[in-house]
Design a protein around this ligand. Structure first.
Ligand code: FAD
Length: 247
């Protein structure tokens, strides 16, 4: 389509592992759509954090394992995918049924033009961002809404064709802001991970002793808790975005 793109491609890589497994006993008392999983060990090739996403309570799940930008995402046969799930969940005897393994790339890109002659693009074709904020699908739906009523008006002869120029004019700034906001939210994570000790720990034991320090009634513990509080407060930027959600 040759649409002009601004921003950066391949800012990180991830692996999706879709699986079925009844995890009711672990989550029923603390239900949520997303669970952050910490994995710190010498033999881990990821970034030390994964996300467990609930697809169907509490039997269908997506484990998202993060890799640093430029790092090759390994080809994962089913047995290794199962081992990764057990490892990240800390449940060595779990019997998950893996139904899909898909690598994907994180981008921070938006098109400055959403149309090339008679072809109009919506959704990820014109704005690609990390899933933080979770705005990809609804932005795509609102692109479609914006475009479809205009197409209908032009095709029915109720409006001049240049009404369609307003599609790019109205949607490009939204795509740009959604992309930039998601990338900005991603930039907040290193401070949070730093505060809870993930990059510094090279083993689960080391991480456990750092967390013991966080909980300790000491000056060091107090400082660590203040760092965590400040990092968590900054996450408001990611989670309170009503205007952006409504596009
Ligand atoms: C891990 C992850 C979590 C996410 N979480 C959220 C969330 O919580 N909330 C949210 O709103 N968004 C989320 N998103 C983003 C959301 O999934 C996308 O923004 C959305 O799916 C984009 O829709 P789309 O129709 O533009 O593109 P897609 O969903 O990618 O659809 C494009 C389709 O075109 C097909 N296709 C490609 N090439 C061809 C071809 N040559 N011929 C025929 N078909 C073709 C593809 O197979 C695909 O089915 C997430 C994304 C990821 C990766």
């Amino acid at each position: 389509m040759n649409l002009p793109l601004e921003g950066a491609g391949e800012i990180g890589r991830s692996l999706n592992i879709l699986f079925d497994c009844d995890l009711t006993e672990y989550v029923a008392e603390r239900p949520g759509p997303l669970f952050y999983l910490v994995r710190t060990a010498e033999d881990d090739d990821g970034i030390g954090i994964g996300v467990l996403r609930c697809i169907k309570p509490w039997t269908r799940w997506l484990l998202i394992k993060g890799f640093a930008a430029g790092k090759e995402v390994p080809d994962l046969p089913i047995e290794r995918a199962i081992a990764t799930i057990r490892d990240y969940l800390g449940l060595p005897d779990l019997q998950p049924e893996v139904t899909g393994v898909d690598p994907w790339t994180m981008n921070s890109l938006y098109a400055t033009k959403c149309q090339n002659r008679r072809v109009f693009c919506i959704g990820d074709a014109v704005h690609r961002h990390v899933p933080l904020n979770g705005l990809g699908s609804n932005t795509a739906v609102q692109d479609a809404y914006n475009l479809s009523w205009k197409l209908a008006f032009v095709l029915k002869g109720l409006a001049e064709p240049h009404l369609l120029d307003t599609y790019t004019e109205e949607r490009m700034p939204v795509g740009k802001e959604v992309v930039e906001h998601a990338t900005g939210a991603l930039a907040l994570y290193p401070a949070l991970l730093e505060a809870i000790g993930i990059p510094a720990a090279s083993s689960s034991n080391e991480l456990a002793s750092m967390w013991a320090e966080i909980n300790a009634p000491s000056e060091a513990g107090k400082t660590r808790r203040a760092q965590i509080r400040s990092a968590v407060e900054n996450m408001v930027y990611e989670f309170q975005t009503r205007g952006l959600e409504l596009n």
